[in-house]
Design a protein. Structure first.
Length: 124
């Protein structure tokens, strides 16, 4: 019985732009590498955009503004909270629960950098 040959090592598929950058290490990286993976997702992008325009927003108002379900908003807010981009506060107003959300300082900074990077990519 012959031993199994070692599996072939696959090189990652870098795409044309990345191969060119690998051939020219002194060339500056494309700005897309600076985009936030957290904010790039469309629902999280929409959340950050809505929160960037206000100090705080109720969960219900945020949900209605970006037109998603409670569960989708909750899941995406959890991701943003884990990244330190939003702060979520739960309180009661009388007998009714109220959840409010705001961008943190880190979230504002990340949003500003993300938007500036998009402008650089778009040439504006």
């Amino acid at each position: 019985m012959s031993p199994n040959p070692a599996p072939k090592r696959q090189e990652p598929d870098l795409g044309q732009q990345d191969e060119a950058a690998a051939d020219h290490p002194e060339a500056p990286q494309h700005p897309r590498h600076e985009l936030s993976e957290v904010l790039h997702q469309p629902v999280r992008f929409s959340i950050a955009a809505a929160l960037a325009r206000t100090e705080t927003m109720d969960f219900k108002d945020l949900r209605d503004t970006i037109q998603v379900s409670d569960s989708v908003l909750s899941k995406q807010l959890s991701t943003l909270e884990k990244s330190g981009f939003v702060e979520i506060k739960k309180a009661f107003v009388g007998k009714f629960p109220r959840t409010s959300v705001r961008l943190t300082a880190v979230g504002h900074e990340a949003w500003g950098h993300h938007m500036e990077t998009l402008r650089r990519i778009a040439g504006g």
